[in-house]
Design a protein around this ligand. Structure first.
Ligand code: MN
Length: 378
């Protein structure tokens, strides 16, 4: 008889030496900051909050700070997590450091492949004594002193879950609780598109089952994330749905939201981050493209090559001094690699989910992406 496979969430021994380094760095530090990428998503919030709760249990004598990458308010979707109570903006953190003559000993970056994705907090990381990165992105820059990276992990939350297992085994003590379980479940649920994307592996379901057994509440979390939308956002979704067009013989679906949409409906562009999912639901499409046109230039500057700048010579009213005003999201359903398309605009992400910022108009950027997609889909 074939051996029966019983999936379970167990410690991957490959991480043990890396976790030993992380643990030693935590031991040495007095003040620790945890921070994920700009425009935080469920994995960013979930992995930071879970790790913070874990550190407060195992190292209560340390000063632990959760930082936002930007000084702006995060998406409304996550207001149930009370980020204003649990997180400091980079500006507020820098102020308390100045006032209390505090030095930052350890900066733990989560879910962030590039230093510039840490936004304003990037400068705090650069001044920290030590930086450790915990991440699952494919294309990445080595900006940390040490990195714990697994591209096959469905979410950064999986790696935080692994570190939790490591500490539980080492301390021979249960550390998981309902709060940590909910934070990690949030990370997993959102980064796998409610357990639907290619990264929804058996490990991911095993972790989900373990988290539920330890107090995570999937129905509470999915109500907060997927069934609590402001009516104005649903109206924007209607506009975006209406505008979907198909390209590349139906293999690429495209839609967009304009700066006027955001103004008329009173929605912040940040709150429209998930709209690419409407585009990806078109039957037969392999790649989904969603573009947002912003009124203001995108905060983190896009490092462009001169070649890209040459391609954007047709100036538009929204293009000022070559600054990026278009934010693109890409998703792939089959084997298509959208990370390579995003990389063309100095963006990043995974094969199946990537993003970028670009200069130009909605029309010119869409045209450029469609041309690149034709090659990928061939
Ligand atoms: Mn992630």
């Amino acid at each position: 008889m074939k051996e029966l496979k019983t999936p379970s969430f167990v410690l991957n021994p490959r991480f043990i030496p890396l976790f030993e380094t992380l643990e030693a760095s935590i031991d040495e530090a007095k003040t620790i900051a945890l921070c994920a990428h700009t425009k935080p998503d469920g994995d960013a919030f979930g992995s930071v909050l879970a790790l913070a709760a874990l550190l407060e249990k195992v190292a209560p004598e340390k000063e632990i700070f959760c930082l936002l990458a930007d000084n702006e308010e995060p998406s409304q979707t996550f207001s149930f997590l009370k980020p204003q109570e649990k997180f400091l903006t980079p500006a507020a953190f820098e102020q308390t450091c100045r006032e209390n003559h505090r030095d930052l000993n350890l900066f733990i970056s989560l879910d962030t492949p590039l230093l510039r994705r840490l936004g304003h907090a990037g400068e705090i990381a650069e001044h920290a004594k030590k930086v450790i990165s915990i991440d699952h992105h494919l294309s990445r820059q080595l900006f940390a002193d040490s990195s714990i990276v697994d591209e096959n992990a469905a979410a950064t939350g999986v790696l935080v879950g692994q570190f939790l297992l490591y500490l539980q085994e080492k301390l021979e003590k249960q550390l998981i609780d309902a709060e940590i379980a909910n934070d990690l479940f949030l990370a997993l649920m959102t980064d796998t598109g409610r357990f639907q994307y290619q990264n929804a592996s058996s490990e991911c379901f095993a972790l989900a089952a373990w988290l539920i057994a330890n107090g995570a509440e999937p129905s509470f979390l999915s109500t907060q994330i997927y069934q609590s939308e402001p009516l104005a956002l649903l109206k924007l979704k209607a506009r975006v749905t209406e505008r979907i067009t198909l390209h590349c013989d139906g293999l690429l679906a495209y839609s967009f939201a304009t700066a006027d949409d955001f103004e008329e409906l009173g929605i912040r562009p940040t709150d429209a981050d998930g709209l690419v999912d409407i585009v990806r639901s078109v039957g037969g499409s392999q790649i989904a493209l969603f573009l947002k046109e912003l009124d203001q230039p995108i905060a983190a500057p896009v490092q462009e090559t001169s070649q890209q700048q040459n391609q954007h010579q047709d100036q538009s009213s929204k293009e000022v001094n070559g600054q990026a005003h278009i934010r693109g999201s890409l998703r792939a359903k089959g084997d298509a690699d959208v990370a390579s398309i995003a990389a063309h605009f100095s963006g990043g992400g995974h094969r199946a989910a990537a993003g970028f910022s670009a200069t130009g108009t909605l029309e010119s950027v869409a045209k450029e992406v469609i041309e690149l997609a034709k090659k990928t889909l061939r």
